[in-house]
Write a protein that binds this ligand. Structure first.
Ligand SMILES: Cc1cc2nc3c(=O)[nH]c(=O)nc-3n(C[C@H](O)[C@H](O)[C@H](O)COP(=O)(O)O)c2cc1C
Ligand code: SF4
Ligand code: SF4
Length: 253
């Protein structure tokens, strides 16, 4: 049996959640990083005895297209899987249901669902510093419960509605300012190849998924979303994004 952590984590929050879960499971595992795979043609066939933890950040209550594309390139062959939706303390909406369905359609036997909180990658004043020590404890405990229930019969129900929420294009895609040193790191690392390598100011709005990976990797902090928009919107979100939301584990009944 090989254990895999397959995830998409443009700004590192999903990866922190995955690492805590994998610590809880114990033992070694192989990483499949959807961000690095980007738009590369790729496929992977798993064996029935494998175990896969598949994790995504929630975008507008949905699974990011990059992750959905890579999951569709996986052949589960009946391997057991855990679906993990990481959200920025607003809501998961339909993302965990969509992830479970994508994994089932790829041939995985989805044995558990996890909704976990990480710092909001756009509104960084919300869920700041999460997953924190309390979250890590939750995630370790979730791993224990999942291990203990892996061979239990039953169907996994997770929250969400189908048809899923419609996808909305982001109105606040990152741009570079005058301090850009034209190093091209952002263009090389963009998982959707949305940044023109000849001119990093030129971003294809149809391709950009507003994942903010380019903001994270810019060595001179020249890239960002429009901070005036953030400052204007953030206070209005306090009621919804502010109160601490729990991490939740879903097991088959
Ligand atoms: C485009 C976009 C849409 C988002 N939509 C939601 C959302 O619907 N609900 C929510 O709670 N958080 C939302 N977030 C926050 C992320 O889900 C959260 O910060 C996640 O931990 C980011 O993962 P990463 O650090 O691995 O990139 C959104 C973030 C981005 C960039
Ligand atoms: S250009 Fe868009 S898709 Fe590409 S890394 Fe930046 S935010 Fe993500
Ligand atoms: S990573 Fe930053 S400095 Fe480098 S090209 Fe992109 S915006 Fe410019």
């Amino acid at each position: 049996m090989t254990v895999y952590a397959a995830y998409f984590s443009p700004t590192g929050g999903t990866e922190k959640v995955v690492k805590a879960l994998m610590e809880g499971f114990g033992g070694s595992y192989e990483t499949i990083d959807f961000l690095t795979l980007g738009t590369k043609p790729w496929s992977r066939t798993f064996r029935p005895e494998d175990f896969v933890v598949a994790a995504i950040p929630v975008y507008g209550g949905r699974v990011p297209v990059t992750a959905a594309r890579h999951i569709a390139n996986m052949t589960g062959s009946g391997a057991k899987a855990v679906a993990v939706a990481v959200f920025g303390n607003r809501a998961i909406d339909d993302a965990l249901l969509e992830l479970r369905n994508l994994l089932s359609a790829a041939g995985f036997d989805v044995r558990a669902g996890v909704a976990a909180v990480a710092e909001h990658s756009i509104f960084r004043m919300y869920a700041t510093g999460r997953p924190d020590a309390e979250d890590i404890q939750d995630l370790h405990a979730f791993a224990d419960s999942i291990k203990a229930s892996l061979d239990q019969p039953g169907t996994l129900q997770v929250p969400g509605n189908y048809p899923y929420k419609p996808k909305r294009p982001s109105a606040n895609q990152p741009r570079a300012d005058d301090s850009c040193i034209a190093c091209m790191i952002c263009a090389e690392e963009c998982p959707e190849q949305a940044i023109d390598p000849e001119d990093v100011q030129n971003v294809n709005p149809e391709k950009c998924i507003a994942c903010l990976h380019c903001v994270s990797v810019c060595p001179v902090k020249a890239r960002n979303v429009n901070q005036e928009v953030i400052a204007e919107r953030a206070p209005k979100l306090q009621e919804t994004f502010g109160p601490r939301k729990p991490n939740t584990l879903f097991l088959p009944h």
